[in-house]
Design a protein around this ligand. Structure first.
Ligand code: 13P
Length: 335
């Protein structure tokens, strides 16, 4: 795989006014989301829900890529078309979550290291044959008391860079996702300094391990006060987020696609829009790779058998975020 095609894939994923749909919840997480809307979780219901979402008419105008879970990439649409083939036929690039989850970090209570490097080369080969051209690996960093420890920062940054190198070797663009969690009473400043710390560690590991940053996408958290702290206005979130990214993200990186992390859908959209306005001339585009902020309301409508309403909701949120990705969203468009 030439580095040029990795770079082209990465650029298509962050093309102006487009973003990524994260539909890669593990079976455990997806089952909890289905139970929360009173749907019995099973392979059958997970497939029915996801295939309904992917067939929303017109989402390809706003969605460049969809991140799938291992179960989903092997499933079929109602007419028997394999899901990755269906997405490709719509002009959407299939992606795949390749980590195997955040597991307890030895001697560091309350912290995790994301696993999944063993056998990753072989899994990438298989996913590539199925049509996947990009992947995701999520590291989880928790703020609490003295946490995160240097150990949690170091092992997660190391694993993210190893994952990125293996994916690139196999022709797959890695989305590098170091998520600083929103949970807790910490303030905006603390989130900014911890986000800077993990980004610094990630890019120093990428350099050591020879990752081609032009063929990568960063998926960071926005810089926010903790969910138990007082909220701040969107301009403050945007300023803090823009400052951290400008200082920490090398200019070679193809693009930045935020996670939503449990924010309300409107907060996530408004923060993306304001950050685009605040950052001015950044070397990389700033877009979205949202899960809950795109799908939460759609799932609730789908669970009440309102498939058309659910699809319209996903289309609407996708359009709103596509506008926010170029700083052209306004709350008037929500009504
Ligand atoms: P949320 O946008 O719901 O945080 O999900 C994005 C994601 O892919 C988390 O890994």
């Amino acid at each position: 795989m030439s580095s040029q095609s990795l770079e082209q894939i990465a650029q298509s994923l962050v093309a102006p006014g487009k973003g990524i749909l994260a539909a890669d919840e593990s079976n455990g997480t997806m089952s909890k989301r289905l139970e929360a809307v009173n749907v019995e979780p099973s392979e059958h219901t997970r497939r029915a829900y996801r295939s309904a979402m992917f067939s929303s008419e017109g989402i390809e105008e706003y969605i460049s890529g969809v991140i799938l879970f291992d179960e989903t990439i092997r499933q079929k649409m109602d007419d028997g078309t394999p899901i990755p083939d269906y997405l490709i036929s719509k002009g959407i690039i299939p992606g795949i979550k390749v980590d195997t989850g955040a597991k307890p970090l030895s001697w560091h209570e309350g912290e995790t290291v994301t696993e999944g490097l063993d056998g990753l080369r072989g899994r990438c080969e298989e996913y590539y044959r199925m049509g996947a051209r990009f992947a995701k690996w999520r590291a989880v960093i928790k703020i609490s008391g003295d946490l995160p420890s240097d150990a949690a920062i170091s092992v997660n940054a190391h694993a993210l860079a190893r994952y990125a190198a293996i994916c690139q070797e196999q022709g797959i663009v890695p989305i590098i996702e170091p998520e600083v969690l929103m949970t807790g009473p910490h303030g905006l400043g603390q989130c900014a300094s911890i986000t800077s710390r993990i980004l610094n560690a990630v890019y120093s590991e990428c350099k050591i391990q020879g990752v081609n940053l032009r063929g990568t996408i960063l998926k960071p958290n926005m810089v926010l006060p903790g969910s138990e702290a007082e909220k701040v206005d969107a301009e403050s979130v945007a300023r803090a987020t823009a400052e951290v990214l400008k200082e920490m993200v090398p200019e070679e990186v193809a693009g930045v696609a935020f996670l939503s992390g449990g924010q309300s859908d409107i907060d996530a959209t408004s923060h993306l829009n304001e950050t685009n306005l605040a950052i001015g001339n950044a070397p990389w585009p700033l877009t979205f790779s949202f899960g809950r902020a795109l799908l939460a309301d759609a799932l609730s409508l789908w669970s009440k058998s309102d498939v058309e309403g659910a699809q319209a909701k996903l289309r609407h949120r996708s359009r709103m975020n596509a506008l926010a990705a170029v700083g052209a969203w306004s709350s008037d468009l929500e009504v």
